[in-house]
Design a protein around this ligand. Structure first.
Ligand code: SAM
Length: 208
């Protein structure tokens, strides 16, 4: 999703809106330096687990109904998708339960983050900004991206398509213009990952 190099993985990373994903668990187990923030981290592992169980079938049904919106190459079908996602969530839940003291999972939410300026080398945000363009308005997108650029020297966001129509988010251009006005260098870069059909680019923002 983010074209991460080995060098990138040695950086101090912020995972923004990481939810029940396994990135933090896996990178930390391999000696990486990563902090994840998400409003769901106000809940206990048991509470997050029961919520996942509650909504799992509904989400899988939604994907089944909209199968043609996804590229079934690495993941063959909805069943395999469910297995892969559940495995990642189990890895997250195990780590989350044991990592409370480490400060690797913080209950925080965009557009205001509890970090110093340039505290991170790299901030990553997947499947939140731009994807939910109908629910998160333009001002929230602009403020959130400015905040990510404040706390990290480089920000990468993926995907850039709205979930409702699989088209480029209407917030991309206003966000790029607002960041450029603040002296941030913004570009779109191709990535090898594709699951949401056509989602083959990430946004890269670097303060110059
Ligand atoms: C679809 S999940 C994506 C999880 C993970 N990044 C991934 O790609 O699998 C979207 C996440 O965004 C989080 N979220 C919602 N509002 C947020 C906000 N204001 N700031 C940061 N994260 C937020 C949700 O709690 C949820 O965990």
């Amino acid at each position: 999703m983010f074209s991460l190099s080995h060098d990138d993985l040695t950086k101090k990373i912020l995972g923004c809106g990481d939810g029940p994903a396994s990135f933090n668990a896996e990178l930390s187990a391999n000696g990486g330096n990563v902090i994840s923030i998400d409003p769901i981290y106000q809940f206990s592992a048991l509470e997050v687990q029961s919520r996942i169980e509650e909504i799992y079938h509904r989400i899988m049904d939604q994907v089944s109904r909209n199968k043609e919106d996804y590229a079934w190459a690495n993941i063959r079908d909805v069943k395999e998708l469910g297995e892969v996602r559940m495995m990642a969530m189990k890895t997250f839940l195990n780590d989350y339960e044991n990592a409370q003291e480490t400060g690797r999972y913080l209950n925080a939410a965009l557009p205001t983050l509890p970090f110093e300026n340039a505290e991170f080398d790299l901030a990553l945000c997947s499947h939140y900004l731009f994807l939910y363009s109908d629910h998160v308005n333009q001002e929230q997108h602009v403020e959130s991206m400015k905040e990510l650029c404040r706390v990290a020297k480089e920000v990468r966001v993926y995907p850039l398509l709205s979930i409702t129509n699989n088209k480029m988010s209407p917030h991309i251009v206003p966000v790029m213009e607002a960041l450029e006005d603040e002296g941030v260098n913004v570009s779109l870069a191709p990535v090898k990952y594709e699951f949401q059909k056509g989602a083959t680019e990430m946004l890269v923002a670097k303060r110059v």
